[in-house]
Every structure is written in C-alpha cells, then in structure tokens.
Design a protein around this ligand. Structure first.
Ligand code: NAD
Ligand code: UDP
Length: 314
C-alpha cells in the first residue's frame, strides 16, 4: 500500500519540489495551500497524476482530512522577508495556529510530523557558524519578529506535542535555498538579482553588501528533507549549504554568469537583517550522511536558465 503524505504549503517554491520528490518516491501526495504566496501554476504538472490531490485550504482553520495519512509536512508560511512584512499577521497565524492544526492532524492520524523551520530562529546570530545548540539572537518586536518568533513558537509546540502526545516529530532548520519555481517578484535576493541582471537593470544591494549568506540548491535541500523525514530523529537539524559569501559578491557572480551589463545600486539595509549566516552541518552529516553537492555556480546556472524561460513566456 502506498504511503500518503500531506504537504501544507505544497504550492509554494519548496513545497512544489517536495511534492514532486515524494511522488517520484511512490507516495500519494495531498497538497494543501491557500495560494497566499504560492500558485496553481507551481503544481499544474501534477494535475493529471492519480497519486496527487490538491485541497485549497487555509491551514490556520481546522484541517479536516478523512483518509489515512502517514506523514504531515508543514511547509505553509510566507518565507520571503518582503512577503512576511506584507502579511505579518497571516505569518504569525500560520506559524502558530497553522502549526497547531497540522500537529493535531498528525496526532489524530498517528502520522510523522515535519516542521519547516528556518535559520531565522538564530536571528542576527552572535555565534558563527550556527549549530543547532545555539539558541539565537532574535528581536521579538522588530518587523522580522513575526516570522522568527512564529517559527520559534512552532518548534516549541512541535516539541510539546512530541513530549506530551508522543507525536513523531522532525524539525528541519532550513537555510537560504533557491532554484526554479521561486516567484519572480517574491523580493528575495535570488529572484531580485536574477531578474534585474537579465533585464540589465541595476542590482539592488541592501546596505554595503557585506552581510553574508550561504545558498543551497533546491535538489540538495529536498534530498536532505527526505533523509530527515525517514531518519527517526526528533530534534532540529540544519539543512543548507555552508559555502558562505557576501551579498555583494553574490550579486557580482549573478552579473558575471548572466553576462549582464547591470551595475550595483546600494539601498538601505532592512532592520534586523542578519549580518552573517552559515549553517554548521555536522549534525546532518553525522545523522543523515547528507551533504549538499550542487555548487553555487551550477545551481545559479540552472536557476537562471529557468528564469530566462519564464521571462520569455510571461
Ligand atoms: P513560499 O512562499 O514559496 O511557499 C509557502 C507556501 O505556503 C505558499 O504556497 C503559500 O501559499 C502557502 N501558505 C502560506 N500560508 C498558508 C496558509 N495559512 N494556509 C495554506 N497555505 C499557506 O515559500 P518557500 O520558500 O517555499 O518556503 C516554504 C517553507 O520553508 C516555509 O515554511 C518557510 O518558512 C520554510 N523555509 C524556506 C526557506 C527558503 O530559503 N526558501 C528557508 C527557511 C525556511
Ligand atoms: N538583499 C539585497 N537585495 C535585494 C534582496 C535582498 O541586498 O534585492 C539582501 C538582504 O538584505 C539579505 C540577503 O540579501 O541580506 C538575503 O536576503 P533574502 O531576502 O534572500 O533572504 P534572508 O536571508 O534575508 O531571509
């Protein structure tokens, strides 16, 4: 009998790749989304597939699913800073109420529960690189607090359901991930810079561009998520790529790879924008034997080709 996985946020960037991966592994997939930041277009290629079901639903409302479920993967949440600044209350609700409903569903179905958590639980980190033992440096009342605190609450709630109700929990702390099917205008560095470079417009570097990030290609992330899901490990696990670079250098690479004539413009740094970020991947390596293996150049090349085609067809 096929295993069934319900993916909340399945019509978003990561959710879409996760649905695709689970279908390729022989799962039945139930994708649940309200399209606040995702789209029908992301999942249209699965519409003819008998193992795929889409349910349009806001997961901050009670989730009623009649059939058997083996896995509940809770990925619903705005994830781009531009999106969660635009939808602050929806972001808090999906991290709080949405996580509560998804955990309640997993408990009822005796399903394995996975939370899509984030490197943002470390805030603007005072420890570098960030390992799972670090408790973070988050401003609860700043504009980013709506996302960071919602995810921290979601982690706490997941652990409470594990301790109290014995729900089999996984917590993936996901670091910056990119690839095809990101929304062209979602406001994150990757789609912004690629769109700007392909249109020979100036790349908008926030601050002086000295803040660092480490970007992971989507296929590596999805492999890590799947390994973690199957692992039986309950505590948080960092998933991402540990190749760190400054945002200014990142912007320059995109200009170089696209062959663009774009220059850089410097714009104000958003409040509480983390100054550094790089995952310590020791736990993932040891527990899952997992390691990202797509280089930044390769990942960017594939993503840029996809964006190029999107721009032509739009
Ligand atoms: P995304 O915005 O592309 O996808 C999120 C999806 O959730 C969208 O389809 C959206 O419509 C859906 N959604 C939001 N609120 C909902 C609600 N109340 N009910 C139903 N559906 C809802 O973002 P993404 O980059 O694919 O991120 C997916 C998950 O991974 C998020 O939980 C995010 O916090 C986490 N994450 C992503 C990254 C990254 O780099 N992409 C990094 C860390 C964590
Ligand atoms: N950034 C930038 N220009 C943009 C978009 C983002 O310089 O047009 C910077 C942003 O300030 C941050 C980094 O790029 O330092 C990554 O931003 P993103 O929104 O992709 O994700 P974050 O890591 O902040 O969650």
């Amino acid at each position: 009998m096929k295993k069934t996985a319900l993916v909340t946020g399945g019509a978003g960037f990561i959710g879409r790749h996760l649905c695709s991966h689970l279908l390729s592994k022989g799962f039945r997939v139930v994708c649940m989304d309200n399209f606040i930041t995702g789209s029908k277009r992301n999942i249209e290629e699965f519409s003819g597939c008998s193992d795929f079901e889409f349910i349009r639903h806001d997961v901050t409302e009670y989730i009623d699913f009649p059939g058997r479920l083996d896995y509940v993967l809770h990925f619903a949440s705005p994830a781009s800073p531009a999106d969660y600044l635009k939808y602050p209350i929806q972001t808090l609700k999906v991290g709080g109420l949405g996580t509560h409903n998804a955990l309640g569903l997993a408990k009822d179905k005796k399903a394995v529960f996975m939370l899509a958590s984030t490197s943002e639980v470390y805030g603007d980190p005072l420890v570098h690189p960030q390992s799972e033992e670090y408790w973070g440096n988050v401003n609860p009342i700043g504009p980013r607090g709506v996302y960071d605190e919602a995810k921290r609450f979601a982690e706490a709630l997941s652990m409470a359901y594990h301790r109290t109700h014995k729900v089999d929990v996984r917590i993936a702390r996901i670091f910056n991930t990119f690839g095809p099917f990101m929304r062209l205008n979602d406001g994150r560095a990757v789609p912004n810079f690629i769109w700007q470079a392909l249109n020979n417009k100036p790349l908008t570097v926030f601050g002086d561009g000295s803040q660092t990030r480490s970007f992971c290609y989507i296929s590596d992330l999805v492999d890590g998520i799947y390994s973690l899901l199957m692992s039986g490990f309950t505590g948080p696990v960092n998933l991402g790529n540990s190749d760190e670079l400054t945002i200014l250098e990142f912007a320059r690479r995109i200009v170089r790879i696209t062959g663009s004539r774009s220059e850089m413009v410097f714009e104000p740094l958003p409040q509480d924008d983390p100054k550094t970020r790089r995952p310590d991947l020791s736990r993932a390596r040891k527990l899952l034997g997992w390691e990202p293996n797509v280089s930044l150049e390769d990942g960017l090349f594939r993503t840029i080709e996809w964006f190029r085609a999107e721009i032509v067809s739009s």
